[in-house]
Design a protein around this ligand. Sequence first.
Ligand SMILES: C[C@](O)(CO)[C@H](O)COP(=O)(O)OP(=O)(O)OC[C@H]1O[C@@H](n2ccc(N)nc2=O)[C@H](O)[C@@H]1O
Ligand SMILES: Nc1ncnc2c1ncn2[C@@H]1O[C@H](COP(=O)(O)OP(=O)(O)OP(=O)(O)O)[C@@H](O)[C@H]1O
Length: 277
Amino acid sequence: MIVTEPAPAKLNLALHVTGQRPDGHHLLDSLVVFAGAGDVVRLSPGPLSLKIEGPFAAGLSEQDNLCLDAARLAGRDVAITLVKNLPVASGIGGGSADAAAVLRGLARMGAGMPRHPERLGADVPVCLASRPARMGGVGEQLTPLQGLPDLHLVLVNPGVGISTPDVFRALTNKTNSPLPPMPDSFDRPGLLDYLGTCRNDLQPVAAALCPQISSVIQALEAEGALLARMSGSGATCFGIFGDAAAAGLAAYRLGTEYEGWWIKATQLSSAPVPIQP
Ligand SMILES: C[C@](O)(CO)[C@H](O)COP(=O)(O)OP(=O)(O)OC[C@H]1O[C@@H](n2ccc(N)nc2=O)[C@H](O)[C@@H]1O
Ligand SMILES: Nc1ncnc2c1ncn2[C@@H]1O[C@H](COP(=O)(O)OP(=O)(O)OP(=O)(O)O)[C@@H](O)[C@H]1O
């Protein structure tokens, strides 16, 4: 049996850091969604092994990888192929999404779900469902969000990897306000208005470590993004556009102007969307 699992990119539409636990991990209040862009994992019977293909394969080890950690946590030998379409260390959950996809695939092959998937990474629990959620605690408290409108996005990464621990370490104000009260349902203008009242508390810190983040935000806004913000600990930012044509045009124009940036027009949807590399 060969199993193929999509590993969609995770986006923090808003990310408020509300405190810090005694063990150093930060308490979050985040609106998390998943894009139509992502990695893909393929599992087939065999001894534990990993082969990595795709545009960002070169940045990763085939010996030390979260995909292998996930199979070990599930207690299963399996031959894994990872198609790495997402930039590495970029704030869109690549490693967590891949680990979650391996766990989902192994479950389809008959393995049990490990009791503590969060041991693989704080984003793994939300990536397991890969559905819109409000994420609290250090990532383990998940409230599914139904009925979000479809959004047309452009994702942009300036080609610089950022270490998540470095960003959290540089954060000085750790007790910020939580997300504002959320309405029961959102239409598209309502969601944009709501997001306008939210923040990514890691964005100023990450932008100080990586000045290209401010350039990415400015470039997205110059192309007409209705809202532009960084995801996770960066450096990937998203711009929300009015429709698919506007997102596609912005991605094309940015691609002609900024060499070396990863630029992807995509959409997010409450329903699962097929992964497009
Ligand atoms: C920033 C987010 O991407 C938001 O979705 C996640 O909280 C980070 O998730 P992740 O990359 O899966 O993070 P992990 O690999 O578990 O943690 C990397 C490091 O980030 C810091 N970390 C992570 C999550 C959290 N809630 N507080 C933290 O302080 C810790 O120093 C941790 O050692
Ligand atoms: N399958 C994988 N994909 C990406 N990175 C991996 C993988 N396995 C191990 N890693 C390591 O994990 C580190 C973090 O990479 P990742 O792409 O998960 O970061 P991220 O997108 O910032 O995640 P998050 O948004 O959850 O903070 C990388 O530096 C890489 O060495």
